[in-house]
Design a protein around this ligand. Structure first.
Ligand code: PLP
Length: 399
């Protein structure tokens, strides 16, 4: 047998992604790049800050001793201290470098956290719609994903979370600002989640950790307030990444931090460091640990995403396409005006708009549009969205 049946099945289930990509390539060849508006990929828009490129050049020209050598599995102390200081400032909690491991992006951080926490068969609650990779990361660690729905505005539905908790629940994975919806969870909901988990912990007799996936933490729109989960939830592990705030997704740099308030924080952090090693990462990329350490408090440039979001919300509003305004990240998750989202997706394609089906994120009847594109492209897409909306005028549902 060439590959494991589980992997073959996972590839089969994900084959729609490749199909959509190939379809997009074909459409661009047929109509010309400039007539196709590709909202399928969550690749951040723009280049890393110029100061970061300068810092990289400086590090290469005048490297710190041992820059390219093996290092502690948790990462270089300077980088961990810088991340801990930044987290302490934003949460008001005393994060220290001992509770922090530099990782291969948020994806690395999530895999490390789940491996460190789970025993075979342990359950991890995820909130639909969810980032589809969560299913694979949980299974990588021998765990079982348990889906709880969010409400109609993609916010935490506490009753649904409570119903999903069992004596086998080891963790819940949350993501705010959210991919695919852009939802940002308010402070009071995070506090309510903490209370619900605390009472479940008493009932079941073991801690339940919140793994807070925060690659979009710094991408929050005007007028929206965003509270770090660790500030409100005791047993938090923070998975962070510089893929989106510094436009570095190809360089694979992020960190995992265990809250100083978490149950058995030191033991969990030690387990995370061990898992970073044995999962084969060994350590996060050295050059980018040094470089990113100077930019932990650097704000993300939200201006392009803010502009694109405003233009699209306005266009969709005029087109009668129902969408919950996102509070952060760079995704819209509009509702399909007809129950069959694939029919809506095909109609969008006819108008030159490429989006991905919501069922890929565990919530059918929707599509996801990633608006990490140039503002010029997004503005040029407006007539296409309007034509798409006109196809359904009178049939749409308003939230
Ligand atoms: N989590 C979410 C919700 C994401 O959208 C992504 C990437 O798109 C990741 C994690 C992985 O990010 P990274 O590039 O830091 O591994």
């Amino acid at each position: 047998m060439p590959a494991s049946p589980e992997i073959r099945e996972a590839i089969r289930q994900g084959s729609w992604i490749r199909k959509m990509f190939e379809d997009g390539v074909a459409l661009k060849a047929e109509r010309g790049e400039e007539n196709v508006f590709d909202f399928t990929l969550g690749n951040p828009y723009g280049d890393p800050p110029a100061a970061l490129s300068a810092e990289l050049a400086r590090l290469c020209a005048d490297p710190p001793p041992g820059l390219h050598r093996y290092m502690p599995n948790a990462g270089v102390p300077e980088a961990r201290r810088a991340a801990a200081r930044s987290l302490s400032r934003s949460t008001g909690l005393p994060f220290t470098e001992d509770l922090l491991v530099m990782t291969v992006g948020a994806a690395g951080a999530l895999n490390v956290a789940l491996h460190a926490l789970l025993s075979p068969g342990d359950e991890v609650v995820i909130l639909a719609p969810y980032f589809v990779e969560y299913l694979f990361y949980i299974r990588n660690a021998g765990g079982a994903p348990v889906v709880a729905e969010t409400d109609a505005r993609f916010q935490l539905d506490l009753a649904a979370v409570e119903a999903a908790l069992t004596p086998k629940t080891r963790a819940i994975l949350i993501n705010s600002p959210n991919n695919p919806t852009g939802a940002v969870y308010p402070e009071e909901d995070l506090a309510a989640l903490d209370r619900a988990l605390s009472s479940a912990e008493v009932r079941f007799g073991n801690p339940i950790y919140v793994v807070s996936d925060e690659p979009y933490r710094k991408i929050v729109f005007r007028g929206v307030s965003s509270t770090p989960a660790a500030a409100k939830i005791r047993n938090t592990l923070v998975a962070y990444s510089h893929s989106k705030d510094l436009n570095l997704p190809g360089e694979r740099i992020g960190y995992l931090a265990v809250s100083p308030r978490a149950a058995d924080a030191e033991e969990v952090a030690g387990a995370c460091i061990f898992c970073n090693r044995v999962l084969g990462f060994v350590n996060a990329p050295a050059l980018f640990q040094f470089a990113a350490s100077k930019f932990e408090d650097e704000p993300a440039d939200v201006s392009v995403y803010q502009e694109n979001r405003d233009v699209l919300l306005d266009a969709l509003g005029r087109s009668g396409i129902d969408v919950v305004p996102p509070g952060g990240a760079f995704y819209l998750f509009p509702k399909s005006p007809v129950p069959d989202e694939m029919a809506f997706l095909a109609a969008a394609r006819d108008e030159g708009i490429l989006v991905v089906p919501g069922s890929g994120f565990g919530r059918s009847g929707h599509v996801r549009a990633a608006y990490c594109l140039s503002p010029e492209t997004v503005r040029r897409s407006v007539p296409a969205w309007e034509r798409l909306g006109r196809r359904y005028s009178g049939k749409g549902t308003r939230r």
